[in-house]
Design a protein. Structure first.
Length: 269
């Protein structure tokens, strides 16, 4: 008869053991048990499974470290296994990935942002290499996207161009995401109103205007941006808002003042 030391995990196959006497092992109380030498292979398999489950449950850190070490050591083996599995189950993994991205959109978006921020140099080198192998494809793809997504492109250009201009003048820059969402919102409308002349226009006839011009220290931020028709934006140019309001109100005496100074506190020096 052979004996075995154990902490006595609870499982369905414990009746296969015969408890003999208590003992001390590594400072902890254990039971010395006898294993019936006439166990069938199936019974031995169940015992092995139970021991493995009990070990993993009681030693999660060791199990995780062991699993990671095995994966690091067998990367090629794992890769080959997944290739064979994917070949035998075409489309399954693709559908699983789509479902995961659909059900965890915020999590996926956060991961992608984190990865891009962490691997900017790697991503830039990849794009450079890809462009060298596929000359012209990136430009064609970008033009096609811009054609199919005019509102998105316009909102991105408003945010990015303003950031570039602000950087040249060392002007403050606000949250670009908020600027993009603001521009995308009014660019998708049918009709918008010019902030200065109050006339109605289609969005493609209007532009984003900095109340306090960037050239005069104005910030590229949401609180310094308004919708302006092309005429007002070009006439205003880089004029100080006080001078511009006086000019535009003088030309609208028959219609009343376009804007009251007190409702634009954010442009003041």
């Amino acid at each position: 008869m052979k004996t075995h030391k154990t902490n006595a995990p609870s499982c369905d196959c414990l009746p296969l053991f015969k408890w003999v006497s208590p003992a001390i092992h590594d400072g902890e109380p254990v039971l010395i048990m006898s294993i019936n030498s006439k166990l069938t292979p199936e019974e031995k398999r169940l015992i092995k499974i139970a021991r493995g489950k009990a070990y993993r449950k009681n030693n999660p850190e060791k199990k995780a470290a062991s699993a990671k070490a095995w994966r690091d050591k067998n990367k090629e083996k794992i890769r080959e296994h997944y290739k064979e599995w994917a070949a035998s189950n075409p489309g399954v993994q693709t559908q699983r990935s789509r479902n995961f991205r659909k059900n965890n959109s915020e999590k996926v978006k956060a991961y992608k942002t984190q990865w891009r921020n962490k691997n900017r140099d790697k991503l830039a080198q990849y794009r450079k290499t890809w462009d060298a192998k596929h000359p012209g494809k990136s430009v064609a793809k970008a033009l096609e996207w811009a054609k199919n997504n005019p509102e998105k492109r316009a909102s991105i250009m408003i945010a990015v161009k303003g950031r570039i201009r602000a950087a040249k003048k060392s002007a403050p820059v606000g949250e670009l995401k908020a600027i993009k969402e603001w521009a995308k919102q009014w660019k998708s409308l049918t009709v918008v109103s010019c902030h200065w002349c109050k006339d109605a226009f289609t969005p493609n006839k209007c532009q984003a205007d900095h109340v306090m011009p960037i050239a005069k220290g104005g910030a590229h931020c949401l609180t310094n941006l308004v919708i302006a028709c092309q005429s007002c934006n070009h006439r205003k140019s880089d004029k100080h808002p006080d001078a511009w309001l006086k000019e535009i109100n003088d030309t609208r005496r028959d219609k009343g003042p376009a804007v009251e100074l007190e409702i634009l506190p954010y442009y003041k020096d």
